[in-house]
Design a protein around this ligand. Structure first.
Ligand SMILES: *Cc1c(COP(=O)(O)O)cnc(C)c1O
Ligand code: SF4
Length: 351
């Protein structure tokens, strides 16, 4: 088999592919011992090894900077553990659960917020754990939505997904099944007729695509998304704000516009989580707010995701975008427009 057909997983393979220096093999081998490495052939094909700041390489090629671990960084940065009633389920909000079917991904993002748990075992939930997780969803009538995540759930065989979907389809209190995936970008061939037929149930099924740069949206990936949308699955996107990848207004603008042209609504822009060894990717919140403010002033409302922070410790996601409003007292507000000019707003309501 030609090397280019295979997923790159070791420092030696990365060096042979020209993605790291030979002299970095020892350091990168150490990093790979702590955090899984994988670059799919499709992502490798999008990397220009001569570009010093290639945004695809920056996301997937391990760096010796990952050994820098700050005291604020956590093993479980968004507190999944504290809200897990049974393995595979995180029940943090009353009406929805995260359903982590699998621990593996076709690629490993260097900034991953679950980097301590993904890539550490090669199976998802075993059949007993899967049964317990499904029982939990079936027996908690307040659960309206199942957010299927991982790892990457679209890495599972369509046969397995079909079995799980038909169980979910029969749960009367469920209104929505939502998938979070990177597969349509990082392994677009997985989006085939079998996957689509596995996902098709008599409930609303949404697909949220994780994508961080317009260069990820190759023709193959655009086609994969179009197949999902044409089959009746509305798509949203989530993006992580990443220094060295997308933390500037031009890059975000190009990404969000391209997504909207693909009929994908930008949903969340995540502030970088406090995952271990990821400080080189994080911006300040002030930088994030200023980017979001400048996007608001420049591009269509369809292209505006909500800028969110997942509060460390498991307290959930909250919007942390810029504030345009300040209370002046007795029903009077000062509100700022997109040019930065302040205006008075006087409230008028029936007493
Ligand atoms: C992010 C997340 C969700 C989904 O949150 P939304 O704001 O509805 O997108 C649900 N459960 C957990 C545990 C999460 O981390
Ligand atoms: S695809 Fe998601 S879960 Fe997998 S490594 Fe990337 S960020 Fe982590």
């Amino acid at each position: 088999m030609d090397m280019s057909d295979r997923t790159l997983r070791t420092a030696v393979q990365l060096s042979a592919a020209g993605l790291i220096q030979e002299s970095d093999i020892a350091d990168i081998t150490r990093v790979a011992g702590s955090f899984a490495v994988a670059i799919s052939p499709q992502m490798r094909a999008l990397i220009d090894p001569r570009a010093p700041n290639d945004p695809i390489a920056a996301q997937f090629v391990p760096s010796s900077l990952e050994v820098n671990q700050a005291p604020e960084e956590l093993d479980d940065p968004i507190g999944d553990e504290s809200h897990s009633p049974v393995p595979g389920i995180v029940h943090r909000y009353p009406d929805r659960v995260l359903f982590k079917l699998v621990n593996v991904c076709p690629v490993y993002c260097r900034f991953c917020f679950r980097r301590e748990t993904v890539g550490t075992e090669h199976n998802g939930l075993d059949s007993e754990a899967l049964e317990r997780a499904l029982n939990y969803i079936e027996s908690n009538a307040e659960i309206w939505e199942v957010v299927v995540s991982g790892g990457d759930p679209f890495i599972l065989s369509s046969r397995r997904l079909a079995r799980i979907m038909s169980r979910l389809e029969r749960i009367p209190h469920l209104g929505v099944v939502r998938f979070h995936t990177r597969v349509p970008v990082v392994r677009p061939d997985n989006v085939d007729a079998e996957l689509i037929s596995a996902l098709k149930i008599k409930k609303a099924v949404y697909v949220v695509l994780h994508t961080n740069h317009v260069q990820e949206l190759s023709e193959a990936s655009r086609n994969a998304c179009a197949k999902l949308i044409d089959a009746g699955f509305p798509m949203l996107s989530q993006t992580v704000l990443l220094k060295g990848v997308n933390a500037n207004a031009e890059t975000l603008k190009a990404l969000f516009r391209q997504l909207v042209e693909m009929r994908i609504k930008p949903y969340y822009l995540h502030h970088g989580d406090l995952a271990k060894g990821t400080s080189h990717f994080r911006t300040t919140i002030a930088e994030g707010q200023s980017l979001v403010r400048s996007l608001r002033a420049q591009i269509s409302g369809l292209c505006q995701p909500t800028y969110v922070l997942d509060i460390p410790g498991g307290y959930g996601k909250v919007p942390i975008g810029p504030n345009y409003l300040s209370f002046q007292g007795s029903g009077i507000y000062s509100v700022e427009d997109n040019l930065g000019h302040s205006h008075q707003y006087v409230e008028s309501v029936l007493p």
